[in-house]
Design a protein around this ligand. Structure first.
Ligand code: SF4
Ligand code: SF4
Length: 463
């Protein structure tokens, strides 16, 4: 958006100084209706984040992302590698939903849902305000000599940050390996779970680095979603916007020029509270994470000068320029259509998904073998994915032709949520073989339950 202000701010990043060094952001402690609402939302989301790893369905975690052991559980449903296309579809649908929400409501995800913002603004920053005080106190403390007070404040702050990072790292790991394994790592001797212990410490260090030092740089410099804003947003997207028509020309409140200036009294409160160090009056910027702190700050100023609230508000640039409401654009219609198609495909695939996947393929490069008793054998590779949480004994029967099936090795005993890979031999009397390539059907049973019928072929001599 080009406003009536200079646009030189677009040539620089708010958190980088003229020499290319980092400008540390000291945001003023926010307060107001939206900040309170965000606090409530973040408490709910944090409770969900920390609580979900402990939730069980039939004794199993409802969410698990154990990628190393190919074990993914989403909302109590177990996904094996053969289901990863479904998992991929769910992820694509989630991305399309995110793009749709962004096209309509801007970067609302960043301000209200993103774990980075929630942890930084609602957890770590609150602790910082509690220990070191508001932004001016923090600046003073950083400039002050290292006396006992400063040592105590800094030490206690970073100790709490480290403990919190440790808790977050453990929670993160609980989603990957499950709480049972995590408790084992914590309670068993360290030497028995060295890799688990190293993982916890690496993640603790990573979270500590991000929340104690890296901070808003994650949103501005690293996050790919943040960098996509310029292509996702348009003039009709609802963003945190400064009403430049109402606000400009800005100027200090005084009796002399009261009539000549707009509603912005240039108090810069909206700039002081911004955790990414930008001036929203310059227009929509990539750095804005929609935290709403500037809305609260400006509303409190408008209250104090008896002007209507909403000089900074949720609105589209089009809405501000033309004073019209949100428009339903072709792009939004396109996103909705794609999203509906993806949801339909995912639902259909999900509902037609088998709980046990069986694949029986003749072993490559092997021909038939004649064995005693005028019989012919073929070797097959079998792979069975058990997507249930029960152990299943599995057996095989030839369906459409006389003969027998011998499993190589031990009987197939499929572990709960496990994958079995092995071999079996199909043996057919030579007299029953009429062609070089005989279609056969193998019935796969668990106990007396027929799980599936697998079609394959049998090589043999022509009589
Ligand atoms: S807080 Fe409101 S009045 Fe103050 S500078 Fe920002 S936009 Fe202008
Ligand atoms: S401009 Fe406003 S909403 Fe955007 S990050 Fe800064 S304070 Fe938050």
């Amino acid at each position: 958006m080009e406003t009536k202000t200079e646009s030189s701010y677009r040539d620089t990043i708010s958190i980088v100084d003229d020499k290319g060094g980092r400008k540390w952001v000291y945001p003023k402690k926010p307060k107001g209706k939206l900040y309170n609402a965000r606090t409530i939302v973040s408490i709910i989301l944090l409770a969900i984040l920390f609580g979900v790893p402990f939730l069980r369905s039939d004794g199993h975690p409802v969410m698990l992302f154990d990628i190393l052991n190919r074990k993914i559980i989403l909302f109590g449903t177990f996904f094996t590698p053969s289901d990863y296309y479904l998992f991929g579809l769910i992820m694509i649908s989630a991305f399309v939903l995110l793009f749709l929400v962004t096209a309509v409501f801007g970067r609302v995800f960043c301000g209200w849902v993103c774990p980075q913002t929630i942890f930084l603004e609602m957890v770590f920053r609150k602790i910082e305000y509690f220990i070191e005080g508001d932004y001016t106190r923090q600046m003073e403390l950083n400039k002050a000599p290292w006396d006992n007070v400063k040592i105590f404040k800094k030490f206690s702050k970073y100790l709490i940050f480290f403990i919190l990072s440790f808790i977050i790292a453990n929670t993160f790991l609980a989603y990957i390996i499950g709480t049972d394994k995590l408790f084992k790592i914590m309670t068993d001797p360290m030497s028995e779970h060295l890799s688990g212990f190293i993982s916890i410490m690496v993640f603790t260090g990573l979270f500590y680095f991000v929340f104690a030092w890296f901070r808003e740089q994650a949103c501005i410099l690293v996050c790919p979603y943040g960098r996509l804003q310029s292509v996702l947003l348009n003039k009709n997207s609802i963003v945190i916007a400064y009403d430049f028509i109402r606000g400009e020309p800005r100027g200090k409140l005084s009796k002399d020029n009261e009539k000549k200036t707009g509603d912005c009294i240039d108090c810069k409160k909206c700039v002081y509270v911004c955790p990414t160090g930008i001036d929203i009056r310059n227009g929509t910027q990539l750095e804005c994470v929609n935290c709403t702190a500037c809305i609260d700050a400006c509303d409190s100023i408008m209250d104090s000068i008896n002007k209507p609230r909403g000089l900074i508000r949720f609105d589209s640039i089009e809405g501000i320029e033309t004073k019209t409401k949100l428009k339903f654009t072709a792009r939004v219609a396109g996103y909705i259509a794609v999203l509906l198609v993806l949801i339909t495909i995912t639902t259909l695939m999900f509902t037609s998904r088998k709980e046990i996947d069986v694949s029986i393929l003749r072993t490559q490069g092997m021909l038939y073998q004649k064995i005693e008793g005028d019989r012919v054998s073929n070797l097959y590779n079998i792979k069975i994915s058990n997507k249930t949480f029960n152990d299943l004994p599995v057996s095989f029967k030839l369906n459409n032709i006389p003969g027998e099936i011998k499993v190589i090795g031990e009987n197939v005993n499929l572990k709960a949520a496990g994958i079995y890979e092995g071999s079996l031999m199909v043996i057919i009397p030579e007299e029953s073989i009429k062609t070089v390539n005989t279609p056969i059907t193998i019935d796969v049973y668990s106990g007396d339950n027929l799980i599936t019928k697998e079609e394959t072929s049998f090589l043999g001599p022509v009589n």
